[in-house]
Design a protein around this ligand. Sequence first.
Ligand code: ZN
Ligand code: ZN
Length: 252
Amino acid sequence: MTLDHLPIQELLEENKDHKCEGYGDDHICIRIAAIAELPTRFGDFQIVVFHNKHDDREHTALVRGDVTDAEDVPVRLHSECLTGDVLGSLRCDCRDQLEAALKSIGKLERGILLYMRQEGRGIGLVNKIRAYALQDYGLDTVEANLALGFRDDEREYSAAAHMLHSLKVKSIRLMTNNPRKIEDLIRLGVRVNGRIPHVMEPNEHNQFYLETKARKSGHLIDLRGRQRLSEQHDQGGKGMNVAQIETIQKMV
Ligand SMILES: [Zn+2]
Ligand SMILES: [Zn+2]
């Protein structure tokens, strides 16, 4: 397959002095800051790094082919998970989800993985590890799950919508099992022409996860018999308010 390329110079030039009214309630405005080739074990991509002057989060798009002016581009949104993505933690299935998405997109003519730097679903690494600690202390996993469920969806979707706009994508098909994500993106002006179910193929790494999921009907149990926290859970979740999180933190 001969892959088309992003018009790199054109995108960089357009974004050099980019400023707009911003997306969403928080008026998120970000711009493309750097682009390079990124061959990976999942296929050849180009990595596009965005600069966000609001909070210095460097969101990233892993782009396959030329997505500018393209319709129906398959897109996956992934939230950063240091413990899962990088360290191979079994407490969640983020890495399985990430690899499954990259494997699928790596076989396509074009596609995008948006890697959002929002550790622990926006609660940050410290709070995420505190939620893990709750479980280690044998407390109810419900509270820990709630703590992880507390995420700033709005900011993440606003940034994602802006990134797709910056890449000049005309319309997308979202790889997700959560229809709410689609509603959120549409509200932010993204044309979503459909949904691609995010199905993970069994492999030696996620076999256990899939078997457990089937056996326990949605309840994930890690190798030590503890329930796993599903940070990349596609069902969404309301999460706790700040006061509730503080209460739980005092318990650890
Ligand atoms: Zn902008
Ligand atoms: Zn994770």
